[in-house]
Design a protein around this ligand. Structure first.
Ligand SMILES: Cc1cc2nc3c(=O)[nH]c(=O)nc-3n(C[C@H](O)[C@H](O)[C@H](O)COP(=O)(O)O)c2cc1C
Length: 187
């Protein structure tokens, strides 16, 4: 099957996770088109039989493009296997690392008409050297509240890659079974 794997990423970490998901799906025998999610991205069911979207949080929100995409494509997506994963640093905290307990991801899924077959949240990356001074300062404030590093030389990846691989395997099963809307068991 041809699978569209989209990423909404500011510093490239969500792109890396999406790349790893695409690699897995390719190993499972699918062809993947990997690319950025943009404001006008539309799903073409003639071209793709399944869709994965990954998006990072910046100052409390997924980008508008992600919301637009979910609203405009909800109907098309409801007829095919689809998956969404959110990426953020709050998900580094135990108790805020599940779809239902990670407020950004839960609210997004509650407020869009798209009902992805599979949903996940991953802890992201902290990369102070890559940030401009204002972003660095503000992220340091957020990190100090959660007991995470505030030293501006820190570059740390908190993503559990095993969990990414599990998500990829689960989505390969969803695709194989042709599941569309709603939660599914992926034994
Ligand atoms: C400017 C900025 C703002 C951020 N705001 C939040 C936030 O509000 N909540 C959160 O949990 N993580 C926040 N993060 C963390 C990012 O979601 C995390 O670093 C993620 O890995 C970024 O992925 P990306 O490189 O694909 O954009 C922020 C990061 C940056 C650089």
């Amino acid at each position: 099957m041809d699978i569209l794997v989209l990423h909404s990423s500011r510093f490239g970490h969500t792109t890396s996770i999406a790349g790893r998901v695409a690699e897995h799906l390719q190993q499972a025998g699918h062809h993947c088109d990997l690319g950025p999610l943009e404001r006008n991205t539309m799903v073409d069911p003639q071209q793709h039989g399944a869709v994965v979207v990954g998006a990072s949080v910046r100052y409390g929100h997924f980008t508008r493009a992600v919301w637009h995409f979910a609203r405009r494509n909800a109907e098309r997506l409801s007829g095919m296997p689809s998956a969404f994963f959110g990426v953020n640093l709050v998900a580094t905290k135990p108790g805020k690392d599940q779809v239902d307990t990670n407020a950004y991801t839960r609210k997004f899924l509650e407020r869009t008409p798209w009902e992805p077959t599979l949903r996940e949240v991953f802890a992201g990356e902290l990369d102070y050297p890559a940030y401009n001074p204002v972003d660095r300062f503000l992220i340091q404030q957020i990190m100090s509240r959660t007991g995470k590093p505030t030293d501006s030389s820190v570059h740390e990846v908190y993503t559990d890659w095993e969990r990414v691989d599990r998500f990829s395997r689960d989505f390969a099963k969803v695709v194989a079974r042709g599941y569309a809307c709603g939660d599914v068991g992926t034994d």
